[in-house]
Ligand binder design. Structure first.
Ligand code: EPU
Length: 452
């Protein structure tokens, strides 16, 4: 396997974390997106459930993937190269308990470890989950996960360094109604219910394309899962599962990010591997914001269609406009004449990245408790935020620090849109979700140096 991105592209140059970016040059060219971070990491956890080895294809070279790989290895899963680049084979025949310290040391800044609960309970009868990392974009509680696990019969013990779970009487199918269609909690239920005894009915489930792909993975393993159009998923538990061979769904978050980079810098980017079906909602908003796209057999071409236009967007669970799409879009909206509004309804703290854009000259006012005015498609949640973006505002270079994965991407795109030089620190975090990020920027003609 090639050395992970965060160990080469970013880290082998000085320390890889700080870029000097000279903006004002449109990005032009082709980038290819591989498997989705938000499927690959979960499909890797699913390998624990099989009696035989699984092959996952198009695994992206990301630090989150490296974290899950090492957590699997700590639990005795043998991970080897597959029969093509980007394919990994996971052999779970020697799964064993790992020590708390070892798990803690390998959990990294990821939230995926919480999804090990069900599979480890099935395999070993117990699980230890360290305190979770992940982007600081809100409280990110795990109450839905723990409530669901308790319904399956798990005993949850909170420790100072994490949680310990056991299942003295095994895991049994349950009726679960999620308070909110959480992606992670839906995956938790799926990964637990497939081998629980009896039937599980999950209501108010998340139905993101990555979840549908995880269902496909589990079905290949022998699971029996059906779903109804009203967010209800039914799982009939089976005693054993086998390994799978699966090619991951493409990363639509990365595809949307590059589309917005074309829009913001007034460039033209062909995103190889992007597919229309999973991006319908994004493409509608992209078009309304003044974007032009051409869907082709092997990807989608993105550029502007004349002048940019202001839009009003509400983030939502699928099939709504994803929360991970708003940050790069906001950069483009700073260049659109008029007033745009982005309502963030999924996380309570996902507008922090706009402070750097304001420092660069953008006119963005964040309403920390949302905007009450005007009709809304998505029901208001208590944790809502809204950003009002008034454009067009020329952006100028500045010293900025990356706050989180998607916010960080938007910072880099803002620096590429701005005139003059920006110093962007903390770029290493992008290796969590953007494969070969600096190589892709170079391929698109971005003018930057790694300076720290
Ligand atoms: N929530 C709770 N309790 C829970 C779980 C979630 O209150 O037990 C709340 C969250 O605080 C949030 C909302 O429910 O307000 C939605 O959270 P969800 O569980 O859906 O998110 P997640 O599974 O933690 C995944 C992605 C995120 C993506 C969201 C929404 C992964 C590893 N992460 O997070 O991706 O934004 O779904 O689609 O799949 C990213 O890729 O940068 C990223 C943050």
């Amino acid at each position: 396997m090639t050395t992970p991105l965060h160990e080469t592209t970013l880290a082998s140059k000085p320390s890889g974390d700080v870029l000097a970016i000279r903006g004002g040059r449109p990005l032009h060219g082709r980038v290819d997106v591989k498997g989705a971070k938000n499927l690959a990491t979960k499909a890797m956890v699913a390998t624990l459930l099989g009696e035989t080895a699984s092959t996952l294809r198009d695994v992206p070279d990301l630090s989150d993937v490296a974290v899950v790989r090492s957590l699997l290895e700590v639990h005795g899963v043998r991970v080897t190269e597959g029969d093509e680049p980007g394919a990994l084979v996971f052999d779970p025949s020697d799964v064993e308990s790992a020590h708390f310290e070892e798990i803690d040391a390998h959990a990294g800044a990821s939230r995926i470890p919480i999804l090990f609960c069900g599979p480890l309970l099935h395999r070993l009868g117990q699980a230890f989950i360290p305190d979770l990392g992940g982007c600081r974009i809100g409280d990110r509680p795990i109450d839905f996960h723990l409530d669901a696990l308790r319904k399956f019969g798990a005993v949850v013990e909170k420790l100072p360094s994490g949680i310990r779970l056991s299942a003295p009487n095994g895991l049994k199918g349950a009726n679960i109604h999620l308070p909110y269609p959480s992606v992670g909690a839906t995956e938790q239920v799926l990964l637990t219910a497939v081998r629980a005894q009896g039937q599980t009915e999950l209501r108010n489930a998340a139905i993101e394309p990555e979840i549908m792909d995880l269902i496909a993975v589990l079905q290949k393993m022998g699971a029996i899962i059906s779903y109804e159009p009203n967010r209800v998923i039914l799982i009939e538990g089976v005693e054993t599962l086998r390994g799978y061979d699966h090619r991951s769904i493409f990363d639509r978050n990365e595809a949307a990010s590059w589309a917005c980079a074309a829009l913001a810098t007034d460039g033209e980017i062909f995103v190889g591997g992007a597919k229309q079906q999973e991006m319908l909602t994004f493409l509608n908003v992209f078009r309304k914001a003044g974007g032009w796209f051409d869907v082709r057999e092997d990807g989608i071409l993105f550029r502007r269609d004349g002048e940019l236009k202001p839009v009003i967007v509400e983030t939502d669970v699928h099939p709504g406009f994803m929360t991970d799409w708003q940050q790069p879009l906001v950069v483009a909206l700073t260049q659109a004449p008029g007033r745009s509004v982005v309502h963030e309804t999924v996380y309570e703290n996902r507008m922090g990245f706009t402070a750097a854009l304001v420092k660069m000259g953008a006119d963005i006012v964040v309403h920390p408790h949302g905007l009450q005015d005007g009709p809304r498609r998505v029901a208001r949640r208590d944790l809502e935020q809204a950003a009002v973006i008034t454009g067009p505002t020329p952006l100028h270079g500045a010293d900025i620090v990356v706050p989180d994965l998607r916010g960080g991407y938007s910072h880099v795109i803002a620096a590429l849109t701005a005139t003059g030089e920006s110093k962007v620190s903390g770029v290493d975090i992008l290796s969590r979700g953007y494969e070969k990020f600096l190589d892709k920027l170079t391929a698109l003609g971005a003018d930057f140096d790694v300076i720290g």
